[in-house]
Design a binder for this molecule. Sequence first.
Ligand code: ISE
Length: 336
Amino acid sequence: MTVRIGLIGAGGMGRAHVERIEKELAGGKVVAVADLNLEGAKAVAEPLGATAYGSGAELIADPNVDAVLIATFGKVHAPDVIAAVKAGKYVLCEKPLATTAEDCIAIMEVEQEAGKKLVTVGFMRRFDKGYQEMRALRESGELGYATLVHCRHRNPTVPEGYTTRNMIDDTAIHEIDACRYLLGEEIVSVRIDTPRATSRRFEHLQDPLVLVAKTESGVLIDDEVNVNIQFGYSIECELVLEAGTIRLGDQEHTYVRDSLGNRNAICSSHIDRFHDAFNAEVQQWIRAVERDEHTGSDSWDGYAATAVVDAAIASLEDGGREYPVTLIERPSLYER
Ligand code: ISE
């Protein structure tokens, strides 16, 4: 069976997904593309022989669409996710699931009414071999239990429309989920520290910032979010355990050694840095849809991460005070 996919969002992320589905993955075909900018949707749809729509709602209602891939901005995700679930269609929604915990709860409610998990949240780092090995080694217990996680999330630059809020809900949300995944526990409190700002930013941004969080067992997480670092896209993560540390490998495939020293190329964006992880994630989703199964992160993961985001934003607006993260009771649909 070929899974007929409807893509909502014809921007950079959406186009990268089309490219992988058409050229690198098996079992899926993009049959419809929607974007509020209809011309943008047509530009992506026409070469594929797909139908273009000017809204997510029309695409979701198309009977030729089996499953929906959402790659729009986080703040417009919720209505499309809810409509897709109500239509009984599997959804792979790019992170964040929604930009408020309230919207994530609304999504979980319709999913519970549907009676099965239909929503996968695009936390692609869970498909990165480095993070997977880190988690497996921690779980083995060989190095004792975790006490700290040090994370660094550096982007070369961001566009003018990107806000300080986005540093948390669009950028740090990756580490929030990655730490939940690595540690297997929830985050219970968070604060935002604001160091001296870089001059290489748009005036309206508070860049860099550091998110400091604590988990149920007391593990301390620090995440440097630094989105105008100029030199490239750079993700670091070190898990500190009682008897050793585990550091995420870098992005290199080869090293050059010459008169200038030892070096490897540096990625310029998440699309190349996590290319293999994205492929693994989308391929697994297509295979699962074929079998009428859920895969990957679920709406609870989307909700729990956004609840941390909400508390972090409250901290940022309140001079960096520590805020508790309060979660609703986990509905049985999402029990592990
Ligand atoms: C973007 O949406 C991503 O998901 C990238 O991984 C992240 O590095 C970037 O800051 C976000 O804006």
